[in-house]
Design a protein around this ligand. Sequence first.
Ligand SMILES: N[C@@H](CCC(=O)N[C@@H](CS)C(=O)NCC(=O)O)C(=O)O
Length: 362
Amino acid sequence: MTNFVLYGSQASLFTGKVRGYMNWKGLTYEEKAVDETIMKTVILPHVGWPVIPVLQTPDGRVVQDTADIIAEIEATYPEPSVMPAGPVQRFASLLMQVFADQWLLLPAMHYRWNYNEDWISTEFGRSTAPDASATEQHAIGKKRGEKFRAMVPLLGIDEATIPGIESSYEQFLSEFSTHLEQHDYVFGSRPSFADFSLLGPLYAHLYRDPASREVMERVAPRVARWTERTISGEDRDGYLIGNDTIPETLEPLFRRHSAEHLPVLAAVNTLFDQWSATASSGDELPRSFGRVPFTAGGSEGQTLALSFSLFRLQAALDALQGLSDSDRANAEGFLKRINAEELLSFKIGKLLVRKNCKLCLA
Ligand SMILES: N[C@@H](CCC(=O)N[C@@H](CS)C(=O)NCC(=O)O)C(=O)O
């Protein structure tokens, strides 16, 4: 039916998000692992910097960023819609994306690099140099993984914070598992945008990396089964809960996000205000504005003030601000229950846009 090409990797967090989604949409596509040739001939010329996943559409356009890739496909193949019908559910889905993309990154990076380093090095080497020996693959992969490994201390994953990051992640797993006792997916009996968002961190790093999978199977085997169903794109024909209802069993997950990530986002926003005071329209944002304090599972540390996290938040805030009065009352009740009322007045001082696959001031 189609000939999309997805350039990505089995080991990549954000490729998993798109792969599960494309499988569920029932699209035929070819997934190509990114080697040096593809990097030089497709990714760098079209995207401008080394990042995956990248989608090539049947008419030859190249799209980067998982949210844009999903939006591109939804525009061409609207049914079944990945977004729930309810406007507050849609807002909650975008908030879940902030949590999944930007905050579950911490446990994902921790478990990968502190428990699976040798395995993932060989895995990186296997995809770059499939014909090399295991020892060579390990050496090649170790080099390729250096830039990701280097993120671990910058994200604030260290001796002082690891106990809290692990405790928070295990509690998250239990909370999600409790939800899955009632519902097969986030909003009902078929997956939607929030599931594919969660799939990013939960698939490659926290399910597929072997030492991480042991944790998931021990603490929340139900989440492991959800991961398997979601990556393979099962349950195309199920239902999503009606009446714009957000299941109560999701609230503990959102409350965790409110407690741990919202203070980080507020601190990033303050640094963004300072940076943007002297910046001009069209200027590219730095990837981070330095570091800001965080607390996870009772441990305190400093994490990167990622500029992209504000862009993901901006999408959720746009959905919140676009609600009708009656929907807004429903959203206010939800935000109160998840301790996130501050989102009602949260202002990102200047509009963020992506230009040529880079984050810029509008
Ligand atoms: N916001 C991007 C993030 C993509 C991303 O961070 N991809 C990782 C691999 S999973 C990567 O290639 N990172 C390279 C880098 O950040 O320099 C998306 O949603 O597509």
